[in-house]
Design a protein around this ligand. Structure first.
Ligand code: C2E
Ligand code: CA
Ligand code: CA
Length: 732
């Protein structure tokens, strides 16, 4: 039995004993008293009855009644009965016994005495005695029975509450044990506090009175140092404030919930506070540091660029909007710098994305060195970075930052043992002159950046309204281009390519033009890049191919010379998996001759494309199609593809031909290209030949074919057809 159950058991034992004793004493006593009373009243009435009879005898025998002994004895004899043994005596005034019935009265009796009157004078008395022995006997019997009953009761009930109590205590002990083990092992930290009140009964402080092991672990303590200390020292002022305002709510029995960062740590807890009893507060602590951290991580991912750790577009917009609001309030100005790396795509294409990524990280670090902490540098995506410079003193400020940024990129980077040289182009827009909202400022800085690219890269430029006009034109072009195909605004010109040795037409390059409804004829230089960026190049390229094939078939059928027809194909078209299928379909549909079709690819197209796609394009050679490398020498590729790919023609770029008669370096390059291609068995075509001198130089080097204004400018379909007919007659 536990310590605490003992007094309860003693109490119940006492109770049971009391009840048993009460039964044992009370029942026989009551029995005795009641029987005694009954006996007394029956004795009284019987005495009265006998007295009446005696009185009547006395009355009829005045003076002589004493001698009526016999009648009186008879009377007494009749009055007595067997059930209750009694003695009746009649005495005269001298106290002499006149008559008597029954034996001499025993010692334990009850008695009743009545006077006998004769004419109002007492002449004698009548005495009745009854023995108490039978009553005592039966009382003893009853007492015996009640004591036995009481004893049984006592012995039975003495054990019953003990068992119940034992069981109850067992249950309590078990649940206490369970609760305790739960308290000891629960993951949540549990702390119990005592509420301390001031003199006026107002809440003053909290004291820790118990903590479980989890709670101790949360505070990295053994618990001893915490217990007895101030709860607010443990949980901090935020908890104090929170609790002071809500103590009433707790006292109403409600539970409060809140999140708390522990003072001086990076631990976060979700805390449940309740009051288990008056003057007590319990806190249940759940460690949510991990989930908080992942929340913060997610938050970080939403606002920071994962590669460079710089603010991302979303955060940048937030910052720039704030900067604009501040600037308009203080009447100050700010600058937005848009920075884009030059030819970054080449690095990704030639060295791989992991090098590209590392370069971006290093670029971000270098740029960051030139940014004040109050300003924001962000990565918008790809190789585009933006900076917002606040509290701009004068335009010179933005200039110096821009120059620093451009210069910092210009120094070589070393990434995985590769020394990389890269430059950046920057565009600057100013608030409020170039725009009063984030969108406009960024767009205008972007335009200024484009103009830096156009002006030769590795430079910065301020935004100007002319740029805006250019951008508007570009947008109009984009829109116009969208409808140009269905409105049949494109047409082709053919530029003859002449055999250097015979002077005959060896081929013709199809060059596309756009007949704009308002702006007239637009050269491809002004819309091909746009068409490539928008994807329009795909349907446009297919249209060019189909037109060329149709014309070829028509002129073949007309008996004109079966020359090669050269079609420029953009990198975007090769990226399409099904380019060779498109060519085959067009050839089938038009009935054109595959071996008269030449595809012109640029060097950059060869390196930037998926190898499989390139191989598929060269696979078309089995149908008779030939392949030329356009603008040879201007790309950034290695020469290795020349060795591995079955190239039919190399087109020497116009840039090397233009100054070929005066520039020794150009001469050397052209000579080298021709010699190399001859050795590899590849034919070469010189582009942009405008003078006789150029022609003669190239002829002397052994150049196979010539294209340029010297012979012909690009010609309309009609003009070229005419030329072909002349050629036919000449050949005839
Ligand atoms: P490209 O393939 O290098 O085409 C040759 C360009 O040089 C043509 O310019 C042509 O008019 C020009 N040209 C030819 N001979 C001379 C010359 O002696 N002197 C000078 N100064 N220029 C000469 P165009 O027609 O303006 O085409 C420019 C570029 O547009 C082409 O360069 C080609 O890359 C692209 N292009 C033209 N048509 C198409 C097309 O159908 N598809 C694709 N993807 N690109 C095309
Ligand atoms: Ca070309
Ligand atoms: Ca070319």
């Amino acid at each position: 039995m536990t310590k605490s159950s003992r007094p309860i058991h003693q109490l119940t034992l006492f109770l049971v004993l009391g009840v048993s004793v009460l039964i044992a004493v009370l029942i026989p006593s009551a029995f005795f008293l009641m029987s005694y009373q009954g006996m007394q009243s029956s004795l009284k009435s019987e005495t009265e009855l006998t007295a009446n009879s005696v009185n009547s005898i006395v009355h009829s025998n005045q003076k002589t009644w004493r001698f009526e002994e016999l009648r009186l004895s008879e009377l007494l004899e009749r009055a007595s009965h067997d059930k209750v043994p009694q003695t009746v005596l009649i005495r005269d005034s001298e106290n002499e016994i006149v008559a008597k019935s029954g034996a001499i009265p025993p010692s334990l009796t009850i008695s009743n005495v009545l006077n006998i009157y004769d004419a109002g004078t007492i002449v004698g008395k009548i005495e009745v005695y009854r023995s108490l022995l039978p009553l005592l006997k039966s009382t003893t019997m009853v007492a015996f029975g009640s004591i036995s009953f009481g004893a049984i009761l006592f012995f039975f009930f003495r054990e019953l509450p003990l068992r119940t109590i034992k069981k109850a205590f067992q249950t309590i002990a078990e649940s206490e044990k369970k609760y305790h083990s739960l308290y000891e092992t629960m993951r949540e930290g549990m702390a119990l506090h005592r509420v301390n009140y001031g003199e006026n009964g107002e809440f003053s402080s909290l004291t820790v009175i118990d903590i479980n092991p989890s709670c101790a672990a949360m505070f990295a303590s053994n618990g001893q140092q915490i217990v007895g200390g101030s709860s607010f020292l443990l949980f901090g002022d935020v908890f104090k404030e929170f609790l002071s305002e809500r103590l009433m709510i707790l006292e109403r029995g409600e539970t409060l919930l809140f999140d708390l960062q522990l003072p001086g740590t990076d631990s976060f807890f979700n805390i449940q506070v309740f009051s288990p009893a008056k003057g007590l507060v319990a806190t249940l602590l759940e460690d949510i540091t991990e989930s908080r951290k992942s929340e913060q991580q997610i938050q970080k991912m939403a606002y920071f660029d994962t590669l460079t750790d710089l603010p991302n577009r979303a955060l940048f917009y937030d910052r720039i909007n704030q900067a604009i609001a501040n600037a308009s309030r203080d009447n100050s100005s700010l600058a937005v710098l848009f920075l884009d790396l030059d030819h970054f795509k080449n690095i990704n294409d030639t060295l791989g994305h992991s090098i590209g990524d590392e370069l971006l990280v290093e670029v971000a670090q270098r740029l960051n060195k030139h940014i004040r902490t109050s300003d924001t540098l962000a990565r918008l995506g790809g190789d585009e970075f933006v900076v917002v410079i606040t509290r701009l003193g004068e335009q010179l400020n933005a200039t110096s930052v821009a120059q620093k940024l451009v210069d910092s990129i210009q120094r070589p980077f070393t990434i995985k043992e590769n020394e990389l040289h890269i430059t950046a182009s920057v565009g600057i827009s100013l608030f409020p002159n170039d725009g009063t909202d984030a969108e406009t400022l960024i767009r205008h800085a972007d335009m200024a950046m484009y103009s830096s690219k156009e002006s030769g890269r590795n430079a910065f430029n301020f935004f100007s309204p002319i740029m805006n006009q250019k951008a508007i034109t570009r947008m109009e072009n984009e829109l116009g281009l969208h409808y140009a195909l269905e409105r049949e605004e494109f047409f082709l010109e053919y530029q003859p390519i002449i055999c250097a040795s015979t002077g005959t037409i060896a081929a013709a390059e199809a060059l596309v033009r756009w007949n704009h409804p308002t702006r007239g004829r637009i050269p491809p230089i002004d819309f091909i890049t746009l068409a490539e960026e928008t994807g329009m190049i795909l349907p446009l390229g297919e249209w060019v191919l189909r037109s060329v094939c149709r014309t070829m078939k028509l002129w073949n059928d007309a008996g004109l010379p079966r020359i090669r027809y050269c079609v420029n194909v953009s990198s975007r078209q090769i990226e399409q998996q099904n380019f060779p299928e498109t060519v085959r379909a067009v050839l089938q549909e038009t009935g054109a001759n595959a071996s008269q079709l030449e595809i012109e690819l640029t060097e950059s197209c060869l390196v930037s494309n998926i190898e499989k796609n390139i191989l598929d394009v060269f696979g078309m050679r089995k149908w008779g199609i030939t392949i030329a490398i356009d603008d040879f020498g201007t790309g950034y590729s290695s020469l290795s593809y020349i060795k591995t790919l079955p190239i039919d023609h190399i087109k020497i770029d116009r840039a090397f031909v233009t100054d070929i008669c005066t520039n020794v370096q150009d001469q050397a390059i052209v000579e080298a290209i021709i010699t190399m291609s001859q050795k590899l068995g590849i034919n070469n075509i010189a582009e942009g030949v405008e003078t006789r001198e150029q022609l003669e130089f190239l002829q002397a080097q052994g150049c196979s074919e010539i294209q340029g204004y010297y012979y012909h400018r690009p010609l309309s379909v009609e003009e070229f057809e005419k030329l072909l007919r002349i050629e036919t007659t000449r050949l005839d």
